[in-house]
Write a protein that binds this ligand. Sequence first.
Ligand SMILES: NC(=O)c1ccc[n+]([C@@H]2O[C@H](COP(=O)([O-])OP(=O)(O)OC[C@H]3O[C@@H](n4cnc5c(N)ncnc54)[C@H](OP(=O)(O)O)[C@@H]3O)[C@@H](O)[C@H]2O)c1
Length: 329
Amino acid sequence: MRMRKIGNTDMEASVVALGTWAIGGGPWWGESDDQQSIAAIHAALDAGVNLIDTAPVYGWGRSEKVVGKAIKGRRDKVILATKCGLWWHDERGPLFFELEGYAVKRYLRPDTIKKEVEDSLQRLGTDYIDLYQTHWQSPEPENDPIAETMECLLQLKRQGKIRAIGASNVDVSQMKQYQAIGTLDAIQPRYSMLDRAIEKEMIRHCIEHQISTLVYSPLEQGLLTGTIGMDRTFSRGEYRNNIPWFQPLNRRKVLDMLAGWQTLTEKYHCSLAQLVIAWTIAQPGITFALCGARKPEHSRHNAVGGTLIIEADDLRKMRGDVEALGAPL
Ligand SMILES: NC(=O)c1ccc[n+]([C@@H]2O[C@H](COP(=O)([O-])OP(=O)(O)OC[C@H]3O[C@@H](n4cnc5c(N)ncnc54)[C@H](OP(=O)(O)O)[C@@H]3O)[C@@H](O)[C@H]2O)c1
């Protein structure tokens, strides 16, 4: 497993990180099995993955609790990342979405962050979080001042409750507001070979300022593994129904492109998932690929992507193929 530093910190994390959104289960992903999820986390750790990402909102605390159980006795081997800012405990903050009877708000003020961090520490069974990230930024017109959020995060850092600061779903202007107050170590944006929006501006900013990128949904929620065929359906409410690439005409195009990479998977003795992960972490400014898994075979399998090196000509060919797909219909 290749390792890279998180921002300017001394923390060395695996280029393939384990995402635990699906471990929270619920309507977005369909049911998850906690014992299997724990086995998936153990399999990732055994395969050299040390960076694990979770969030309170994943299963209303369930994902954090499962991660906490799984890392018991191995805490010092793990770089633990979680988040704050999606709040469903009272009326504070503007509504973001409603799910399972909870009204989730985007709220990043110190009053709730201080409570959120304590709740996460308790669920995770630890007394420090390695990378603490704001999950979704406050929308206009409410706009919680980023300066206030950052002051609070810096205070948590001085108290030793968190070791590094990250921000998810930010734009460059928001990154600059965090940076005006203190060090922003990492961002967590959406990025896959089918969704390269951050290449326009954000990546350059991250490279210039030594901000790590921990990119989410690099496998397009399993589509880029080639194992989700044309006949696979998802129940109503499952998140994958919202992703345009999963619609039949788009899915056909992606599957045809993946089928054309057989010579590459043979050349590198790897699967499509591993090839896609290796391509992702080879892109300039992409530091970590945050791959979701809740089955041990998936975590073991994805970890191998973090050991593969793809030759420059092949990286270019793959980019040419994804660019030729264009935007989803
Ligand atoms: N900051 C944010 O706003 C945000 C948003 C989204 C995600 N995230 C983070 O990023 C992580 C990863 O993103 P993601 O879970 O959306 O997407 P992903 O990593 O692109 O896809 C994960 C899903 O793909 C399937 N999969 C994974 N490995 C596979 C393999 N080797 N073969 C076949 N199928 C495989 C699994 O589906 P099944 O389990 O159904 O088989 C898995 O749950 C999340 O877990 C979360 O930690 C953050």
